[in-house]
Ligand binder design. Structure first.
Ligand SMILES: *[C@@H]1O[C@H](CO)[C@@H](O)[C@H](O)[C@H]1NC(C)=O
Length: 418
């Protein structure tokens, strides 16, 4: 038995060599030039314009996630960076050169040569918000009261992002009501009504909202869900409803550099979740976080191997409502908050003042209609099951498998809190 275990684990080890130079920080890994290694051929996957764009904005998403995670070292993080990237990309249509370049750098557009980025963006949005994906995502640009904006900007916005900007009336009650109604309409009522006031002193406000409820390809048997221990860290333990499957088929790999166990579970609509679970219970997930890039996650995903596992996952229902203003100021975007050039929008000097995000995310036992649970099947070809228990802090990444786009990212330190 011991030999089998070793073989299986070795088989599931991740070969990190192939992704090292794109995955790691430039500071701590030598560049291919300095080691004399040949520069790698680009993966054909990234030659498809929509996938290339998805990789770029997902890299923005991982950057935003890292900033958020540093800001909240002891609490969960939930983020749908796509909706924020979309609002920024749309805003760039109204930016003159210097300001446009700032936004393009933050979204990694400077790394892609695509003369028609906004049409490609439209294609990406259509793909990831197709009904079978179960993702709702919407973005909006809100302008200061009574601002006169150029019709050419409105037309561009409608063409590529199918959205109309909102100009505030200056009446806080009416403005709150209107924004709230818009969120409800976009999210089909899946996100609760906000009680937050419309912030004062708005010049440009970006709003990104998203909601996702996962449907597993293989549903969980709800009779197997029970209260189980979740280790908040090495000392503290709480009880949470944990779903389980004694004979799950997962795609798995052990990353010895990051000291974490990685697993992928498919969802309906060509979506999947990748879990990053450290070998021991810790709230410090910095090492994993620092390696997250589109290219790294893409490579990981390809290298995972199907295994049979005794699987447990906490039932999860998370929401986030708040400002990302400070986070974006800490990224490469602070000049947008100072004296940007939005003269394609209006003659008046305006600047970004607030970035708001609302997100809802959940999974439970539900899976594709008509599927049976794994435990009813008799899996063949697996002589050994490994244990995969998400019973301590972990990171999850929700991706669209077709384009590789990052749709949600979460740091779960305590599944009980929303
Ligand atoms: C978290 O871990 C990283 C390296 O893994 C370390 O550099 C850092 O100091 C740790 N942070 C805290 C707050 O312990």
């Amino acid at each position: 038995m011991q030999v089998l275990v070793l073989l299986l684990w070795t088989g599931a080890l991740l070969g990190r060599g192939s992704c090292q130079d794109i995955a790691s920080n430039p500071e701590d890994s030598p560049s291919p030039e300095s080691t004399g290694e040949p520069v790698e051929e680009e993966d054909p996957f990234f030659k498809v314009p929509v996938n290339k764009l998805a990789a770029a904005i997902s890299n923005f998403g991982y950057d935003l996630y890292r900033v958020r995670s540093i800001e909240s070292p002891t609490t969960n993080v939930l983020l749908s960076p796509l909706s924020v990237a979309t609002a920024l990309s749309a805003l760039s249509l109204g930016a003159e050169q210097r300001t446009e370049a700032t936004i393009h750098r933050a979204l990694y557009y400077d790394m892609i040569s695509n003369p028609d980025i906004h049409s490609t963006y439209k294609e990406l949005l259509a793909t990831v918000t197709a009904p079978q994906k179960n993702l709702k995502s919407a973005s909006r640009i809100v302008f200061e009261r009574k601002l006169r904006i150029k019709s050419s900007f409105v037309a561009l916005l409608e063409k590529s992002y199918s959205t109309r900007p909102r100009i505030l009336t200056g009446n806080p009650r009416i403005d709150l009501q209107e924004i709230s109604n818009w969120v409800q309409a976009q999210m089909k009522g899946k996100i609760t009504r906000s009680t937050r006031e419309v912030p004062s002193g708005i010049s440009i406000l970006l709003l990104g909202v998203a909601y996702f409820k996962g449907q597993w390809v293989t549903k969980f048997d709800s009779r197997k869900t029970s209260l189980q221990d979740f280790h908040l860290d090495e000392e503290r333990t709480v009880k949470v409803p944990m779903m389980s499957d004694p004979k799950a088929i997962i795609r798995y790999g052990l990353d010895t550099d990051l000291n974490c166990k990685i697993a992928q579970l498919p969802l309906t609509g060509s979506m999947s979740i990748i879990f990053f679970l450290p070998m021991r219970a810790t709230q410090n997930l910095t090492m994993i976080e620092e390696s997250l890039t589109s290219e790294f996650v893409h490579d990981i995903n390809r290298e995972l191997k199907a295994v049979q596992a005794v699987l447990s996952i906490p039932r999860l229902k998370l929401s986030f409502e708040g400002e990302l203003t400070k986070s974006l100021q800490e990224m490469k975007l602070h000049s947008l908050f100072e004296s940007p050039d939005f003269s394609k929008i209006t003659g008046k000097p305006i600047k970004l003042t607030q970035v708001e995000h609302r997100a809802g995310f959940e999974w439970n036992e539900e899976g594709a209609p008509g599927t049976s649970t794994n435990s009813d099947l008799q899996p063949t070809g697996f002589t050994f099951s490994l244990d995969y228990h998400l019973n301590q802090p972990f990171i999850f990444v929700l991706r669209d498998t077709d384009t590789g786009a990052l749709l949600f990212i979460g740091k779960i330190l305590d599944p009980r809190s929303t």
